[in-house]
Write a protein that binds this ligand. Sequence first.
Ligand SMILES: [Zn+2]
Length: 111
Amino acid sequence: MKVGVMEHVDSMHLLPGHRKCGVPHGHTYRVEVAVEGPVNDGMVIDFDVLKSQLREVLKEFDHVDLNRIIAYPSCENIAMEILRRLKARIPDLKMEVRIWEGEGKWAQCEG
Ligand SMILES: [Zn+2]
């Protein structure tokens, strides 16, 4: 079974040479995380645990310059970095991370 949570961060980035994202600017990123695993004692994972772990990871992504964390902070690379950090905290469950860059654009990865 899958369960998921959603959070937001507001961050700045710059993609060198990109037609629209080539100057410093901000986005509101919606961060959706789903984890998959067996239901034990009625839960795949306690929402409170998943939310608090995700919030800890996102502290370093909120109201910051993402270029300081990720060399080329595209939506795809942000998703992979958040997946990597969250997976280190919750290694036992299969996980999907979807990052929305504003409205109507997203990237998703799994691990
Ligand atoms: Zn941008």
